[in-house]
Design a protein around this ligand. Structure first.
Ligand SMILES: [Zn+2]
Length: 110
């Protein structure tokens, strides 16, 4: 049962694949493998409704910092402000987040 026969963005052919999905929230990232219909032309990914629902649950858990059902997979990093090539900038997280606000106020002091 496919939600779409053709890519809704460009009309290209879709192919069922296992893809890596990254979800972020509250400064943390969860990676997982999920099935998706991938457009062979533009790369658009389409997910089943129950998969999208799980993404929302995972994002919600990240924002609330509830880490049950997650396990650690290495560490994630961003670069420091003073990386030699200034085209490379650290990732910042959007949205109300205590840690981010703390980091911003530290930056203001510098
Ligand atoms: Zn497409």
């Amino acid at each position: 049962m496919k939600p779409f026969e053709k890519c809704p963005v460009c009309g290209g052919e879709l192919e069922g694949k296992q893809v890596e999905k990254l979800l972020r929230g509250g400064g943390n990232t969860v990676s997982m493998k999920v099935p998706a219909e991938v457009c062979l032309h533009c790369g658009e990914r389409l997910y089943a409704e129950d998969v999208v629902k799980s993404f929302e649950e995972i994002r919600g858990k990240l924002h609330k910092r509830e880490f049950s059902h997650f396990r650690t997979l290495g560490q994630s990093f961003t670069v420091e402000e003073n990386w030699p090539n200034n085209k490379i900038q650290p990732t910042t997280f959007v949205g109300a987040d205590l840690n981010v606000m703390f980091l911003r106020s530290l930056n203001d002091i510098r």
